[in-house]
Unconditional design. Structure first.
Length: 373
């Protein structure tokens, strides 16, 4: 009987013990969550301080610019150009077959062609068009026109431009007498995120791959009899603006550039959440993060790898990618490189009330000034 009573008593205590254990587990889980949150906060504060607050000191040690002459300046930033290449990590992609070119029916009115260059397992593809009247006896300058992350080459010509961001600026360049090559790059955040993960495993970057694809298209474009190989420019919107800024330091054949809807106060844009603009850290756009980018290459510093070539920044005050006064601050830092060399007329900013879009008139005017004879 005693044994039975003990069993009954023990059984009756089980719910109490279970409740106590559940309460203890909840307390432990809450304590662990709080502890982990505190650690995460420590890590973020440490990395923010490293990337943002300590940036000026780190950059001062990394850059040794010589403003005594343009030639001396270019030579002085060559070590930084090599470091920038290590951020972009372009692969070696050789042409493995002849250029394939065919009339492109959706743009038949401008006699556009779809170009395809085989690069082993990859291809470089895009649209080429030249203005009426261009010939071997009347060569014209070429502009590399680059679409953004949610777009595609045709949108630069005004096709399916639902939000009116592009304003058919590739067509406007043709009207102004420029030939255009419009590379097709990977579209959508989700696709770029997925491929960028694989790139990191291979110690590459997607902008690096797309840089080389563009270069192989450019190789063909400058052989085109109607194109003047010495007068090449670039103009991109949004992720195309990224391409313009990322690629010009590494592709010296590009003599002038226009960056629409990308140039930014890069440290804040990447690292510091703020209700006045979209911070990449708060988004799902992991494709936009590249190893070593903010060690010494904020946007004003990258522009010094473009200098002394002419460069225009286009920004809309209503564009949520940035808080425009911060963009102005970064632009002023970039302009210092040109001013110290006595060539301040080669850099300009078109700041308007609008949003995320190209400023066609000023961009065409800028490229005409620097690329037209």
């Amino acid at each position: 009987m005693k044994r039975l009573a003990l069993i009954v008593l023990a059984a009756s205590c089980l719910p109490l013990l279970a409740a106590e254990n559940a309460a203890e587990n909840k307390e432990l889980q809450a304590a662990e969550e709080k502890r982990t949150d505190a650690y995460a906060a420590q890590l973020e504060a440490y990395l923010r301080r490293t990337l943002v607050e300590q940036y000026p000191e780190r950059a001062a040690k990394a850059w040794h610019r010589d403003y005594s002459s343009i030639e001396a300046f270019v030579k002085s930033v060559e070590p930084n150009r090599a470091r920038w290449r290590n951020v972009i990590k372009p692969p070696t992609l050789a042409k493995t077959g002849p250029l394939e070119r065919a009339p492109y029916e959706p743009l038949a009115d401008i006699k556009a062609e779809w170009w395809r260059v085989p690069l082993g397992e990859l291809t470089a593809e895009g649209i080429f068009a030249a203005p009426a009247g261009a010939s071997a006896g009347k060569r014209v300058p070429l502009v590399i026109v680059q679409h953004g992350i949610g777009s595609f080459p045709e949108r630069n010509f005004g096709l399916n431009d639902d939000h009116g961001a592009y304003h058919a600026y590739a067509r406007e360049l043709l009207k102004a007498g420029f030939a255009v090559i419009v590379p097709m790059n990977l579209r959508s955040v989700e696709r770029r995120n997925r491929i960028e993960r694989l790139c990191r495993l291979a110690d590459l970057s997607l902008p690096g791959i797309e840089l080389v694809r563009m270069q192989r298209l450019l190789d063909e474009a400058v052989r085109e009899p109607r194109v003047d190989a010495e007068r090449v420019g670039m103009w991109g919107l949004s992720l195309g603006g990224l391409a313009t800024m990322f690629w010009m330091p590494l592709e010296l054949r590009i003599k002038a550039g226009v960056c629409s809807g990308w140039f930014n106060h890069r440290r804040n844009k990447m690292v510091i959440p703020d209700e006045r603009y979209s911070c990449f850290l708060e988004t799902k756009e992991e494709h936009a993060f590249f190893a070593g980018w903010l060690l010494d290459s904020t946007d004003a510093d990258v522009v010094s790898l473009i200098c002394p070539r002419p460069f225009q920044v286009q920004t809309g005050k209503a564009d949520r990618i940035a808080h425009w006064p911060m963009v102005v601050e970064e632009f002023e830092a970039a302009r210092q490189h040109y001013e110290k060399l006595g060539i301040a007329d080669r850099i300009e900013m078109d700041l308007r009330e609008g949003g995320h879009e190209t400023h066609v008139e000023s961009g065409v005017k800028f490229l005409t000034k620097w690329l037209m004879k």
